[in-house]
Design a protein. Structure first.
Length: 216
């Protein structure tokens, strides 16, 4: 959202109207041609900020001392904002993918109702959450498996057929590489067994020969 309201009669480049609209005085806002109509139509918002800066102007001209104005905070400790994600039972749209789905607010009325905790009771707010059917999806890279990956490639579509083909080729290649290795090991093992058998036979012959000489 751009800071500085665009006059309702302005056409063209948003910032080329030449008016200073960063601030609006409360005293004359309703009767203002610039702000009155937008305000009466309900065009309101809330600006979330830590505070605001102001330069002292009440002591005449000269160097203006800046100040930071903010709401008082308890001394000590650190303010940490946290949240949790509400999930619902998955409907027929996404049940093939997972049995749970995030709660989604998809209309302005739902958003307003959810945030209006003073008028909308908790039970009513929860009942207003319904599973969304108008969703689309596509397969993405396994880059998202690592939470440290934040780039846009995480959202880009990938072809499952290509991934499957690559996976099958990789498996075939691994099997092909293992096959001759196993055969070589088997041949080496058989050769070692034959060599051992030959050594045993030779030793047996020598023992028999020695015994025969002793008997003579």
């Amino acid at each position: 959202m751009m800071w500085g309201m665009i006059p309702p009669w302005h056409k063209g480049e948003p910032k080329s109207h030449g008016l200073s609209t960063n601030n609006c005085r409360l005293e004359g806002m309703i009767g203002s041609k610039l702000y009155g109509r937008a305000f009466s139509k309900g065009n309101r918002c809330v600006i979330v900020c830590d505070g605001f800066y102001e330069w002292q102007t009440t002591k005449g001209k000269g160097n203006k001392q800046p100040y930071f104005i903010y709401m008082p905070q308890p001394e000590g400790g650190e303010v940490i904002y946290s949240y949790t994600l509400i999930t619902t039972e998955s409907n027929e749209t996404l049940s093939w993918l997972h049995h749970r789905a995030p709660a989604i607010l998809y209309t302005e009325e739902q958003i307003d109702s959810w945030l209006d905790y003073s008028s909308v009771k908790s039970e009513k707010a929860l009942h207003s959450i319904k599973p969304v059917k108008s969703l689309v999806w596509h397969a993405v890279s396994t880059l998202v498996n690592n939470s440290r990956n934040k780039d846009t490639n995480c959202n880009k579509p990938v072809s499952l057929e290509k991934s499957t083909a690559n996976s099958a080729s990789s498996m075939f290649m691994k099997a092909w590489l293992k096959k001759p290795e196993t055969k070589v090991k088997r041949e080496i093992s058989e050769a070692e067994e034959n060599e051992c058998s030959k050594d045993i036979n030779d030793k047996s012959k020598r023992i028999k020969t020695d015994l025969g000489n002793d008997l003579k």
